[in-house]
Ligand binder design. Sequence first.
Ligand code: PLP
Ligand code: SF4
Length: 360
Amino acid sequence: MNEKISTTLRQPRQLLAQGLVPAAALPELENVAARYAVALTPDVAALIDPNDPADPIALQYIPDARELDHDAIDDIDPIGDNAHSPVEGIVHRYPDRVLLKLVHVCAVYCRFCFRREMVGPGKETALTPDIYARALDYIRTHRDIWEVILTGGDPLVLSPRRLAEVMRDLAAIDHVRIIRIHTRVPMVDPMRIDAAMAQALRVPGATTWLAVHANHAREFTPAARAACARIVDAGIPVVSQSVLLRGVNDNAEALEALMRAFVECRIKPYYLHHGDLAPGTAHLRLTLAEGQALVRQLRGRVSGLCQPEFVLDIPGGFGKSPVGPSYLSQPDGPDADYRVADYCGELHVYPPRPQDNTRR
Ligand SMILES: *Cc1c(COP(=O)(O)O)cnc(C)c1O
Ligand code: SF4
């Protein structure tokens, strides 16, 4: 396949040199890259089959001219982060947890990113010491904050030394019990997860959880699996995060393989996201009905360990809600029998009142 690539590819002409895009597409891809950051790590570039125009890895990272088609419903702040940002770097939407956006850069840039207007090398790289201090003060003075979620950008682009400092600062706050880190690094730049990084993720005084983002089973290379194992072996529980994407994981086989890969790596499937209304991502989104049908198929095919929750981040900043299919209905009214669908789709009767349970 590809020549061994040694650096992160950031320019469309580098993609051309690697045979990952056709020469004719170069001018329009330069336009896309001027608007939305591009980055493919060597590990990601090596995974792409340049002869497959529908490669599910390529679709996630190679820029596409359709990204400049902006829909009326698209929003530069698709999940309403700005509505809930009391101080720079913090998003406080739910009472018991905040996002702390430490960095605005990532190891790779996903074409469907919901923060695509906020992340990229042109943006401020990391919080300045002043802004970081004010964000910490906010967390310190809000005693309801039980969990701090490090996100960005990708917090694992920081050095282990800097991460360890942040972990210590957060763990020193009594009411902060959980530090959750959202990252793509174990999959896309697995060698960054070395012993020093694994050690930096743990801190006395708080419990670390990690949420790893992957969308296709092919992302689970031996190196990525080993990186995940180093994190779990360090005693850190890991959950998954995926986005439903047209052409990437929009069929039951692909979703099944993805969820099995997570569980094989000791990663509990957590969220399957419906694509957010980020600008220029319409070609990658499914309908909610398509998503529900896929989730229903998954329930019929794989272990309960492999079941993520299908969620929608409600536009406008109202938070995430489960939007998976319902297995329970009461077609004859609120006092009549329920119907419960089993994993094959067959319906079964269940009584409406507790006393009816004991009679039967
Ligand atoms: C997604 C999100 C969280 C985390 O939600 P969980 O359901 O706990 O995973 C917290 N705050 C904001 C603003 C979010 O967007
Ligand atoms: S790693 Fe996350 S924040 Fe970064 S570009 Fe991908 S989806 Fe966006």
